[in-house]
Design a protein around this ligand. Sequence first.
Ligand code: CAA
Length: 395
Amino acid sequence: MAETRIQGGIKMQLTKEQIMIRKTAREFARKDLAPLAAERDQNHDYPAESLKKMGELGLLGMLVPEEYGGEGLDTVSYVLAMTEVAYACASTAVIMSVHNSICCGSLLRFGTQQQREKFLKPMTAGEIICSFALSEPEAGSDPASLQTTAEKDGDFYVLNGTKRWITGGATSGLFIVLARTDPEAGHRGISAFLVTRDMEGFSTGRLEDKMGQCASDTTDLLFNNCRVPADHLLGNEGEGFIVAMSGLDDGRIGIAALSLGLGQAALDQAADYARQRVQFGKPISENQGLRWMIADMATDVEAARQLVLNAASKKDQEERCTKEVSMAKLYASEMSNRVTGQALQIHGGYGYTKEFPVERLYRDARVLTIYEGTSQIQKMVIANEMLGGKKKRKN
Ligand code: CAA
């Protein structure tokens, strides 16, 4: 039976297909990902085998039309699946998110026919995982100030510079790299390139020793006279900042859904623990103080779900959804931090150990308010969308 959700005062039906996709993703995530998540986190093991299966299941090209090997699904289906994957393993979910939304999305929006045919089929099959390389040591929240250069040399662009915090830097086969083609033109002097790992002059730099999401690697990328064929320019010269910003609109829906899945997992863990943990001769779930905590957590999770579904359905209506996406990312990522913290508190001392999953959920949640735009950046975006204009940059 179709499921009804209230959305913006309007009844939103999940279709039978969307419910089926959620069921498929849930079964896969709980059977294949969940049992390995703790071990992968501890050993920093990249989920290569699981990603292969995800390619076979259609989870790596969800929004890509069938002609390019994808599933041709809507964004609501995508966020439902993402929530399920994140419920089991946040490290796998972030790889899925960057690959599906920023990378496949940018290729679809800006790629030539030849680029789409060359890259999207292996990407949707899970044969190539794609990463997004925007940030630099001195350009995080302010990517318009990035310094990596791309100089035209005949049929090539020559890239020089360092990218930082790149999810999948050590493992992905393909990268969308933002580099400066015109040093005088500010954000309009940035272009996007499709760089493959085997290109001369490309290498991976230091591996970050992270607090959470440890099964997904984060590294520097080093470009030392890296020669990229000119037909690997994605979009027009000078269009790279728009490639990145519109890609992040897609990407932040994925991270919002990831945050929701993590929050839901923490809530479920806390409720289960509270029912079985006995103190003072009764389950701690019978204490009013704890019942109110669970009620607040459940309300928080549900509010995030509505914002995530709202942003996804707005995107599916092909309306500009920058504001709704940032609201969903802001709220869901903050919720995930609150709820995983409360879940850990409910577990008491056990929550502070690796014996229970909440310890990992708490660490995995922490980056959600940082990557793909900090909470403070999301507030800037929301305010800009609402109020328009802002002060011009000085440099
Ligand atoms: N869609 C399309 N175009 C957009 C856009 C959007 N969402 N947002 C801005 N633009 C366009 C503007 O219209 C403007 O176009 P013009 O050329 O006509 O002027 C241009 O981009 C510049 O816009 P702004 O003046 O607003 O740009 P800004 O430099 O002030 O920056 C910002 C705005 C929102 C703060 C942006 O810099 C930003 O999002 N910063 C955060 C960066 C970020 O999220 N990094 C994440 C790294 S990726 C990552 O974490 C992935 C991972 O591995 C997990």
